[in-house]
Design a protein around this ligand. Sequence first.
Ligand SMILES: *[C@@H]1O[C@H](CO)[C@@H](O)[C@H](O)[C@H]1NC(C)=O
Ligand SMILES: *[C@@H]1O[C@H](CO)[C@@H](O)[C@H](O)[C@H]1NC(C)=O
Ligand SMILES: *[C@@H]1O[C@H](CO)[C@@H](O)[C@H](O)[C@H]1NC(C)=O
Ligand SMILES: [Ca+2]
Length: 570
Amino acid sequence: MIKSLCVTVSLLAVGIQAAVDIQKACQKSTFESVLDDKSTIERVDVVNKGDEYGEGKSNVAYPRHPTDLPELCAVTVKVESSATTSYRFGLFLPTEWNSKRLTVGNGGFAGGINWLDMAPGAKHGFATASTDTGHSSNATDASWALNDEESRIDWGWRALHGTVGRSKELVEAYYSDAPGFSYYSGCSTGGRQGLRELQGFPDSFDGAIIGAAAWNPPQLNSYLLQLGLSNLPADDPKHIDIDKVKAIAGEVVKQCDGLDGVEDGIISSPELCDVDLEAISCDKDGVDPAKCLTEPQMDTVRKAYEDFYVDGKFSWSGFNPGSEAQLPLVLGADIPSGYGIQFQTYFVHNDPKWSWRDFNNGMITTAVAKNPGKTRADRYNLADFKSRGGKIIMYHGTADGLVPTRGSEVYYNRVSDAMGGPPTDFFRYFPVPGMQHCWTTAVDAPWHFGAPFQAGAIGNDTWSVPGFNDAKHDVLLALVDWVEEGKPVDSLIATTWKVANDSDSGLLRQRPLCPHPEKAIYDGKGDVNKAESWACGIVNAEEEDDGVSRRPAAVIVSLCAAIAISFLAF
Ligand SMILES: *[C@@H]1O[C@H](CO)[C@@H](O)[C@H](O)[C@H]1NC(C)=O
Ligand SMILES: *[C@@H]1O[C@H](CO)[C@@H](O)[C@H](O)[C@H]1NC(C)=O
Ligand SMILES: *[C@@H]1O[C@H](CO)[C@@H](O)[C@H](O)[C@H]1NC(C)=O
Ligand SMILES: [Ca+2]
């Protein structure tokens, strides 16, 4: 009796509720009574500890099953969203529930319940939901949007919003308890989905993790298309092929690695990096012809770094130096990125015969004005979200070669302007030096901090940061502490391994990520691969002048650009 009392007390102390009776509760009848007449329960399954779950290949977006699950109840619901459309969502209800909810996002145009990314949440104890966004497709296919504004709206915001509301009711019914704090975690399109939801519906989340947000598809996807076109046709002298794009990466690291004060292969201050492409000019003696650039080719590369303007107005941010290893996703092929082509074809022109060769910048203006599917997450005054206690952790890999990193800074700065100053009391932005799009690294940079897609990048059974399942290393736990304990996230330790996507290969490096405008500053003596040798702080310009060779011209230009950008709203 005393023993069971102690167990109950200690379980409550760590926030784990007394276990639900899964055999009794994990049934259609538990859920049917609380759903509206637009919703149908498709499946309810008891998942035993150690099992896997998913829909296999029929889920083209997310066919991989998470494995080694904790005991949980898996529910699939179908919801009619209009007279002609519907979406589905999945819910993992772990027996050992931490009294909280989590909703996870999707990627690109992917239509499918993201079971793989729900698993880490459930393993932490969250009741975790994901929607298929109203269609079935892989990440680069938007043909489902043809003649179908209702489906675009489902992808734009409606499916996620409906999932958050309905899963709350299902959670309450299943555990016969209050639905608890509500969290969100998504990267790329997932970042957009989270921002879109908390802008439109500030009550949905108490805390949100917003990664590499593709927050304005009409601008961003069109930016990717025009950048691809700037490198075409493939027989033009200006064209650079994929191998050359990749070859630039090494040269850029050589030039810019040290500008941040530490030669570690990671460009941690890309804003100081003003790449000198003449160094690999084909006219120079001793430059490998396979890796050199002609003058017209240099112009093509410069375009990728520059911010993009339409009719003299800022349209979207260019890519960072350091992103070249991943840039072949948008630059170097004989056709522009599918993300750009598909958006213009199926969202804007609504014509499968439309050719990307006919693209012009006026079509961006049309796309923004039309805003098909109401996808734009471009509201900057987040006062309603803030005033209910909501917290946001935004992050972006600085070597992202698909969604330009500086777009996150643009969003953050606009919120800062709209709210009368840096929003650090509820919204912090963490650049992740050397990380690519949402996960992994080409330069051995610490990149794993329990963010969306990261568990799936290293296996089907992993969750949190293997070996470092705590609030210092796992962004979701850090966010919970901020929301529920009032502990602001002053830093987050990122991890990488000897083989970047294999956590069994041995620890390679850990380093703090810091809230913008702070940076991780090396103590000058400890092991650079250890987190304790670094601390977050504001880099003192004077100190930097003493110790680091920087390029004043580049600093002034980027400052001016930042000031110009902050005055241009669209
Ligand atoms: C994850 O699962 C997929 C099939 O769903 C399999 O092809 C892949 O090898 C698995 N990955 C690991 C690391 O086990
Ligand atoms: C995505 O789906 C489209 C349409 O089915 C297909 O043509 C394309 O090859 C797929 N892409 C990938 C990467 O599987
Ligand atoms: C890690 O990356 C390698 C090379 O890209 C790939 O072959 C392997 O499947 C990846 N492992 C996991 C667990 O995804
Ligand atoms: Ca460096």
